[in-house]
Design a protein around this ligand. Sequence first.
Ligand SMILES: [Cu+2]
Length: 106
Amino acid sequence: MLGYVVVIAIAALAADAGSITMTAKKYEFQPDVIKVKKGDHVKLSITALDHDHGFKLEAFHIDEKLEKGKAVEVEFTADQTGTFPFQCSHFCGLGHKKMKGELIVE
Ligand SMILES: [Cu+2]
């Protein structure tokens, strides 16, 4: 019985989290601006299309490698307001340093 209650609670949490689909390719993330509300449980599903890339969102201690063609789930709680940069953290070519975006938490 207790197990059943726990399963329902997890399902409710998952339903609460809006999932954002993102792609990464030379040299951009799409979308490159993400807006969420403070307190949101954010779930990103990121797929690198053309090359291995990386997703680094330092303010939330996230640094994930994105293997080409494989969707990577990144989850965190947006518990602070502000504008936070994210960038590619896996060298992918000449434009690598320009491959970045912003997370806006309102
Ligand atoms: Cu890169």
